[in-house]
Design a protein around this ligand. Structure first.
Ligand code: GLU
Length: 396
């Protein structure tokens, strides 16, 4: 493998998040028990090599449904939640036993999106995970399905795995699934598999089209959420590999730089989003949308400026001071996200007005900026992120 090979950096990765999908731990509702041992064996090998590994594992709903004697993953949300409550025990117990074969302690970490949207809890989760890693334990993360309703959950462990990449500042995300990688178009029944994307440097419309497709029975995500995860993980500076976890030694081969699956190359230099901005862009759910005119779009995306009321054309949604909102350009394309300094009703009243009018129109002022540049992250081009931003910025 030459140094020009984009996979040569995988060999140097140090902290690895492995996302294990339900589709590789179960098949037609039956457990693939040997997979747990396979994962433990490969993780043990990587650790002997001095690397750190965090698992994000699905499977609770699949295992719980089987224990409950169902042939489906639960029809209603409470059914799924009940299945998760039953199945999480078996899931973690299987990991515990197989990792114990290698004298490795595991720790169970259950999170929800709404929990991690809170900055303090996000940082608490970071401290816990970092502590576990420091103690030599392997954290095994899953969504706490029992408390999470549709509104407040990640919904799929693909997006959760990208948030874990940010939480622990991992440099590699490996997404294990039961297909070979990202096919250049959807496989058709009875036809040979189409070729894979080998290396993806940029999420182009072509890559996005290739990811449209079916969702597996027990897992919640499809290729679409895997692509979202790759987008978010690479934005935080981690390489991402999507591959078939059922392949022998898949994890070891990925880290060894073998051309397995599809590699999404990491953002580099000042395109890497600092941790807090990454959290803002990818973990927090937006509560509304501000449509901007061209001038404001350019000011925030190209010049790294704050958003002032004059450039806002319209306001959608209902949000409070400090909530995250999306900013769209005149074509309706989302170009940035940020935390607003004014509630939605107030933004509606001062949209399009000069900054000096704020106090007179509202009778108060929270400052000139609707979104301060420090609370703003641009999505398409990250050039406006100041180079001085650290990857893992300080705890604030
Ligand atoms: N948290 C769910 C489970 O453990 C799975 C979510 C997903 O498949 O992405 O069953």
């Amino acid at each position: 493998m030459s140094d020009n090979d984009p996979r040569s950096i995988l060999h140097r990765t140090q902290r690895i998040v492995v996302k294990v999908g339900s589709s590789i731990l179960t098949q037609n509702g039956e457990l693939r028990e040997p997979m747990f041992g396979e994962i433990a064996r490969q993780v043990a090998t990587l650790r002997r090599d001095g690397r750190e590994v965090v698992l994000v594992s699905s499977g609770a709903i699949a295992i719980g449904s089987r224990e409950l004697g169902w042939d489906h993953p639960g029809h209603s949300i409470p059914e799924k939640q009940a299945a998760a409550a039953v199945g999480q025990i078996g899931l973690i117990e299987l990991y515990r036993r197989r990792f114990a074969d290698y004298d490795i302690t595991i720790g169970q970490v259950l999170v929800t999106r709404s929990g991690l949207e809170d900055r303090e809890r996000f940082l608490n989760a970071r401290h816990t995970l970092t502590q576990l890693i420091g103690l030599g334990a392997v954290p095994i993360v899953n969504e706490n399905d029992t408390v999470a309703t549709e509104e407040i959950r990640f919904g799929d462990n693909d997006n959760l795995s990208a948030t874990v990449v940010n939480l622990v500042a991992a440099d590699l995300l490996v997404i294990f699934t039961d297909v070979e990688g990202l096919y250049i178009h959807q496989p058709e029944a009875g036809q040979p598999s189409p070729p894979l994307f080998d290396v993806v440097d940029e999420i182009t419309p072509e890559v996005e089209r290739a990811a449209q497709g079916a969702v597996s029975t027990f897992g919640r995500g499809g290729m679409k959420t895997k692509l979202e995860a790759a987008t978010a993980a690479t934005a935080s500076g981690a390489s991402t590999v999507l591959c078939n976890g059922l392949e022998r030694d898949a994890l070891l081969r990925v880290v060894g730089g073998e051309p397995l699956g599809t590699l999404f190359t990491p953002a580099e230099g000042n395109r890497v989003l600092a941790s807090r901005k990454h959290w803002l862009a990818f973990t927090r759910k937006t509560r509304g949308t501000l449509q901007l005119d061209l001038g404001a779009t350019q000011a925030i995306t190209r010049d790294g400026r704050s958003l002032l009321p004059a450039g806002i054309v319209s306001v959608d949604g209902s949000f409070q001071v400090g909530d995250p909102v999306a900013c769209t350009d005149p074509n309706g394309r989302e170009v940035a996200r940020g935390l607003v300094a004014y509630e939605s009703e107030a933004v509606g009243r001062i949209a399009g007005r000069a900054t000096r009018d704020i106090g007179q129109v509202l009778g108060y002022s929270n400052g000139d900026e609707i979104i301060h540049r420090d609370d703003l992250v641009t999505l398409e081009t990250h050039d406006s992120t100041p180079a001085s931003d650290q990857r893992l910025d300080t705890d604030h």
